[in-house]
Design a protein around this ligand. Structure first.
Ligand code: ATP
Ligand code: MG
Length: 540
């Protein structure tokens, strides 16, 4: 019998205060697509980082093709044919796309100079293979998360790895981009590449995986054959309890309008599209969850950032809070006015690396615990503690470094920070990126409770089912314009997708559709149904 390509034998990893892996043993044959599932903090990324040479301190043994290996670095692992696409993207913002792909393996010309032309050409081919629009010469920092993720994938592809580890590769991708990735994964699989795939998305796991290993609290719970298992069984193995579902399906009763935008427009200097946002007029009521759908680049994040005083350049048009016109020049002003934003890019915009878990959570709510100019430590601790419990943040304690938390738990801290400010209007930009199924259900419940207490929520998500579960109404953006508006009863994935691609379908450069304001009257204006392009629109 031939040895399995990967053999993990009785592997344990101890971090300060956390036994991240506890005697894990697992064999994976060549060419298998093996999914790893588990709650946030279960040890998935840690296990993969051992295989990829990121963490080098562990007990137990790892064998590749029957031979024991002991990687001292990722470079070692790469040489042995193992490549990892990290959950927390690992790119250098200031460097170009091509430079990132070839970092540490730069191509040199005949006399030793850097062969930029060869690297750009090769990067261009890889990106084209991934159907990615980014240019090889563009600085990575300019790209949105979705494209950055594709750059990471291009890097792994360029290494021609035999074992590719993908740690939540679709967490920042839209549905279309996910489809594209599925095609790429299938091509890799056809070439005989072994793929280890971590995801919190059950549909993906069941579409792709031959077998699924479930981890819980650092232990291997079970490995199942995908075709003999079900999402329900896996979710159950993950959390060890039944997950509460459907809390937000009940009808809510919206109150008065909290937020209104009138003709909000943000210029996009130097870009063919000219505007990131164009003439966006919408309303959000108290006690209501409003979803914002759209493909990546449609302007969802830009809209939330403009509302939060973080839009650059500043938008034109009008923003009204409780009927009063407001202009925020800085997020601090928005925060003071009762807004909170949970950003999509936690690494770059959200978390403060040098602060502890507790400090990160209480950062924005300081106003409440400041007495005589001093922050009441105890109060800060109580507040953070409550949030940590409510959202089940898995951390050794209040003082732990935020960077030591698992990806999903870092995300929960950001959400906790937003909620702790008790905002009147909560802006959530893809809030459950990388959050496990159990915690998602709890978060939906929490949002529902807060809404029933009068909070207004404007939320984006790259997962349409999530938007459909959460939202009372959904606006659809396409290329910076509103192209659809649906109430819960009318909203389907199909209709939203049609509206989200309405302008692309109509073709670029053709005459613009009529003003969104006239097509999408504000919720107060109740009328019949209208049509735009291929997307059905429903007027409230
Ligand atoms: N460098 C580190 N130092 C200290 N603790 C760590 C470190 N890396 C991970 N941990 C801890 O080890 C545990 C497992 O983390 P890991 O990142 O493997 O979880 P995960 O299953 O990938 O979770 P997620 O779904 O949230 O990404 C967590 O409790 C985490 O806080
Ligand atoms: Mg992880």
């Amino acid at each position: 019998m031939t040895s399995p390509q990967i053999s993990i034998r009785n592997v344990s990893v101890q971090f300060p205060g956390v036994l991240a892996l506890d005697g894990v043993s697992l064999d994976i044959p060549a060419g298998e697509l093996h999914a790893i599932a588990g709650e946030n903090g279960a040890g998935k990324s840690t296990l993969m980082k051992l295989l990829a040479g990121v963490y080098t301190r562990y007990s137990g043994e790892i064998l590749l093709g029957g031979l024991p290996v002991q990687f001292r670095s990722t470079r070692d692992a790469e040489r042995a044919g193992v490549s990892i696409i990290h959950q927390e993207l690992n790119l250098v913002d200031e460097l170009s796309v091509a430079a990132n792909i070839f970092l540490g393996r730069e191509r040199h010309g005949f006399l030793g100079w850097l062969d930029d032309r060869a690297m750009n050409a090769e990067a261009g081919r890889l990106l084209a293979d991934l159907e990615c629009q980014a240019l090889p010469t563009q600085p990575v920092g300019e790209l949105r998360v979705g494209d950055q993720q594709l750059v990471e994938i291009a890097k792994a592809l360029s290494l021609q790895a035999q074992i590719v580890i993908m740690d939540e590769p679709t967490s920042a991708l839209t549905e279309t981009e996910t489809e594209r990735l599925m095609r790429i994964i299938n091509r890799l699989r056809d070439r005989g590449v072994t793929i280890l795939y971590i995801s919190h998305k059950m549909d993906e796991i069941f579409r792709l995986a031959d077998r699924i290993t479930v981890l819980r609290d650092g232990r291997l719970v079970r490995t199942v054959e995908a075709r003999h298992s079900s999402p329900r069984e896996v979710a159950h193995l993950m959390v060890g309890r039944e997950i509460q579902q459907g809390a937000s399906a009940a009808v809510r009763n919206p109150g008065p309008v909290v937020l209104e935008t009138r003709g909000l427009t943000q210029a996009w200097p130097g870009h063919a599209q000219q505007y990131r946002l164009r003439d966006v007029s919408l309303q959000v009521h108290a006690g209501e969850v409003v979803g914002l759908a759209g493909l990546m680049g449609a302007g969802r994040t830009e809209l939330l950032e403009c509302l939060y005083g973080a839009g650059r350049p500043s938008p034109s048009g009008e923003i009204l809070l409780d009927g009063q016109s407001v202009q925020f020049h800085h997020p601090a002003e928005a925060l003071a006015a009762g807004l909170a934003l949970v950003t999509e890019d936690r690494k770059r915009l959200g978390l403060f690396d040098r602060f502890s878990v507790g400090q990160n959570i209480t950062l924005c709510a300081l106003g409440d615990s400041v007495r005589l100019g001093l922050v009441s430590f105890r109060q800060e601790q109580t507040q953070a503690g409550e949030m940590i419990d409510k959202l089940r943040v898995k951390t050794p304690g209040f003082d732990s470094a935020i960077t030591n938390l698992s990806g999903g738990n870092q995300q929960k801290c950001l959400i906790a920070r937003g909620l702790l400010t008790e905002p009147r209007l909560l802006l959530l930009d893809d809030p459950t990126r990388g959050v496990d199924v159990g915690a998602k259900a709890e978060l939906y419940q929490l949002i529902d409770e807060l809404c029933r207490m009068g909070m207004a929520v404007l939320v984006t998500s790259s997962e349409l089912p999530e938007l459909l579960t959460l939202s009372d109404r959904i606006y659809v953006l396409c290329e910076g314009r509103l192209t659809g508006h649906f109430v819960r009863a009318e909203a389907t994935e199909q209709r939203i997708m049609e509206a989200a691609t309405a302008r692309q379908a109509a073709g670029r450069g053709q005459s613009s559709p009529p003003d969104s304001t006239s097509l999408f009257p504000l919720p107060a204006d109740r009328g019949g149904a209208g049509r735009l392009g291929t997307g059905e629109t429903t007027r409230l």
